[in-house]
Write a protein that binds this ligand. Sequence first.
Ligand SMILES: [Zn+2]
Length: 344
Amino acid sequence: MKVESGRSRLSTFHFPLSVLFLLLLLAGCKQSGPEAPAEAKGVDYTRVEVPTFSADSAYAYVEAQLAFGNRIPGSKGWQQCAEWLTGRMARWCDTVVVQDFQATLWNQSTVPGKNIVASLNPAAEKRILLAAHWDSRSWADHDPDSDLHRSPVPGANDGASGVAVLMEMARAMSQMPPEGVGVDFLFFDVEDQGAPEWSEVYDEDTWCKGSQHWVRQRHVPFYTAVYGILFDMVGTQQPRFTKEQISRNYAPGLVAKLWGAAKALGYGDIFVDQNTDPILDDHYYVNRLSGIPMVDIVQNSGTTSFFQHWHTTTDDLDAVSAESLRLVAEVTMKVLYGDYPAVR
Ligand SMILES: [Zn+2]
């Protein structure tokens, strides 16, 4: 995950996206997304029955990931976490595919990557994709102490929180699978190893290596989904999610449904009705290159960084709230169970 902190970088990222969106609008590509927000009206999300999500279990999955140490691609902790994650998902899902790849980083080093995809009802033609990145960042380049800029980020919120939400949703949903649709839980690797601030390298493609690989080489040939939702930094003590621009451009109907459901459920102060600038995250590549409209539910504190501990050495367990994990899953499952198949 990367935010453009410098002005020159911000404009670098904004300009091509603006042009891209204009071209897409002119080409009529917008029609390929979920249907218009107006058609979401009529679902009473407070009455939609969803599986029971355990906040405590989700929090325990964050703890378990941190107990492996840093999940830096190629490290021992990363290897152990991959085995644990794969084993857990195999308990709850029908299939698990591990997609191995090699990624070349900003410093030209090569690291191994593992995208992990676990599926419920793999035979169903219509599918919903839920995703998060599972690696933790190698460099705390936003730590207030510059001596720590080359130290790793624990990644409790930036990494482990999204993974934990997916895991507990998989467990819960396996008890009450949605009818007529398959669900894929996709754990992207090597998302957060992009060029550090101190490197003086800037290339957006140094981020999100796992999703860049996956969009070009799916875990199942010709795989596609009705829609996708990405979960990144969803567990802070003060959760706050805004309508980010790439999500709005590619998946306006799904943004409306998620934020509408959140409001109906009493979380309007968390899923705030505010449009915010594009950010570089795995959904950028999925939207651009896969044809699957994907929304990013990602912390936006309203300040310059995503959350207080973002890319610092203090992104640890204290940064995560079990209740935040639960409410994000609740909103997601309300839309997934309440709107399908009307979402498309
Ligand atoms: Zn990050």
